[in-house]
Ligand binder design. Structure first.
Ligand code: FAD
Length: 112
């Protein structure tokens, strides 16, 4: 272990995809000193290649505009298309997704 570091930060973020940059921006917004590192010579990761559409069922923006989606309907849909084969596709993970939509949507909205 070196006795001195070149840089000291509150949060070191590895990668420059949507997940990494959302975390970096949220932490920086909260006043943290953030360093983002990327292992390739290009920013963006898989996110850069994507269509950019994000499915946030029953999110606060939809509700504000009168949409009548529900977490239960979203869970039923995911259960129908995603087989439960490992922890990442478990019922608990699906429930965490459909019940955890508001916080990231409101956070991302506040960054715009
Ligand atoms: C053609 C295509 C279309 C898609 N369209 C959609 C869509 O419309 N809607 C949707 O929801 N999803 C879509 N997806 C899926 C979506 O793009 C990915 O699920 C999402 O981008 C993953 O984001 P991420 O931040 O987790 O990872 P990534 O965007 O892959 O970012 C990971 C980053 O980490 C970096 N990294 C890895 N290891 C290290 C390391 N050791 N040190 C530093 N950096 C490192 C990588 O280089 C990369 O920059 C699509 C995917 C593809 C390929």
């Amino acid at each position: 272990m070196p006795q001195e570091w070149d840089t000291t930060v509150d949060l070191l973020v590895a990668g420059t995809g949507a997940a990494a940059l959302a975390a970096a921006i949220a932490a920086a917004d909260d006043g943290a000193k953030v360093l983002v590192v990327e292992s390739t010579d290009k920013w963006g990761g898989t996110t850069f290649l994507s269509g950019g559409g994000v499915w946030f069922p029953n999110n606060p923006v939809m509700r504000r505009q009168g949409a009548t989606d529900t977490a239960e309907a979203a869970l039923k849909y995911i259960e129908a298309i995603v087989e439960d084969v490992d922890p990442a596709s478990s019922r608990a993970r699906k429930e965490a997704f459909v019940n955890g939509v508001d916080d990231p949507v409101l956070t991302l909205e506040s960054m715009v």
